[in-house]
Write a protein that binds this ligand. Sequence first.
Ligand SMILES: Cc1cc2nc3c(=O)[nH]c(=O)nc-3n(C[C@H](O)[C@H](O)[C@H](O)COP(=O)(O)OP(=O)(O)OC[C@H]3O[C@@H](n4cnc5c(N)ncnc54)[C@H](O)[C@@H]3O)c2cc1C
Length: 483
Amino acid sequence: MTIRVVVIGGGIAGLSAAEALSRTGVFRRAELEVVLVDSRHNTGGRAGSFVEPTTGQSVDYCQHVAMGCCTTLLDLLERMNLLDHFQRFEDLTFYHPRHGFSRFSPSSWLPPPLHLASALSSLKHLTSKNQREIRSGLWRLMRTREAELVDVTALDWLKACGQSEDTLEKFWDVILVSALGDAPDHVSMAAARKVLIDGFAGARHASDVWVPRRPLSEIFGERFREPLARCGVGFELGHAVRGLSWDAASGQWDIERSGADCLKADHVIVATPWHVSRRWFPELWDDCSGQQRREDVERADAFASSPITGLHLWLDRSLTPMPHVVMVGTLAQWFFQNPIKSSEPTPTSDGVYHQVVISGRHAGSDWPKERLIAEVVRELSEAFPEAGVPQVLKSRIVMDPHAVFSVSPETQVRRPKSTTALSGLHLAGDAIATGWPATMEGAAISGQMAAKSVLDSVLVGGGEQVAFSEELKRGWLARRLIR
Ligand SMILES: Cc1cc2nc3c(=O)[nH]c(=O)nc-3n(C[C@H](O)[C@H](O)[C@H](O)COP(=O)(O)OP(=O)(O)OC[C@H]3O[C@@H](n4cnc5c(N)ncnc54)[C@H](O)[C@@H]3O)c2cc1C
């Protein structure tokens, strides 16, 4: 017997689901046939790149970084032999216009979470009062259960535990906007706890930064597909799914596509972004708690999006040998020197490539492109005065208004699970209830959860299934951070 599983959406969630299913092969005489479909001609979804027309250079829509605590993603990349396309950094450099540069370098001998304490005290822009407040905030956060934080915003919680405006601005805003993609007055404190306590503070290398050294379209494109195709996963790219319907007569899903035949599937994993999946199955997204009436949900505007802006700058010179800098007290939030993809800046005929990332809505959100670039370049020349004032040879701004979903308290309680009440229908994607904010890690976890959901419903109680579930569980819980 063949069981056909169609994965809709080839972002990291869909790829992760296909990878997990491809490891299963044949179970109890049932052979899994896995087909992944995507409207685009490449996989990777939001973790992708565009081709710069003049140079043919692949440039990521926006620089992505993973942290050491993203163990499911890192394990997945390792299994696909792709981890060496990422470079690991144990230290981070912070910059503040009034205090210059400082290194955030976690202790290599203190046990977690104390290993972060000395790193914190080396940040020059934090006064001793800031540091005291941060330590006491983190300590209290560690002792508060996630469930108690779900319906409170980070800002309300942080203010209630005595964080001053100055500490909020210099520390919490910076960390939370970078990690959660939205401002502390919008995000749930539970999501903040997940990243800060379960994530960064959880293990010695959890705060390491992993930066891709190849274009994302390559890592999550051809290179990811090749080994999956060798394991029998089929890819049908370039046709958008228009809708799904359940065919009661055959007991299968019909998947309608534009420009291609309708596909039949015993199981479907919907791994599209939340705004697409929610259009198809509003009942799964808007009332998963079963407590709220539809009008309340709409009023609450759950699953609002938050933007991320990538400024791509080709300058007439290299500004610094530093590969990346976290910028505090400036419009620019993260600065990357030539992230694609070597340690040496490589000038092309267009100049030396740099990228600045700004997450969430910001002071320059409504400015014309020229003003935003001029302001960011001014900040960069103040930060790196020894390089002189750079000329911008070419620039491009990529602003994705639906970059990530906003992990508000309203959203956190409504994120659906992978297993749904609809027969043969499973959900994946970074907005699924993984506890994680919209990240590559959340997407990778959701894919593994959706694969497990398929196997659970296909192979109830089988010995092989139990073994597979255990393997997946180990993947999620792994704190194998000694790399
Ligand atoms: C600008 C930006 C910066 C980011 N920075 C980081 C970062 O530094 N670190 C980090 O961890 N995360 C970052 N993220 C978040 C990360 O990219 C996402 O969380 C993750 O890639 C989501 O993967 P996904 O598979 O859930 O969704 P997606 O990547 O959105 O994949 C969904 C797929 O579904 C396909 N699809 C949609 N509609 C249809 C249809 N009708 N038919 C067929 N296919 C369809 C799409 O083409 C897409 O390939 C960033 C995101 C953005 C946008």
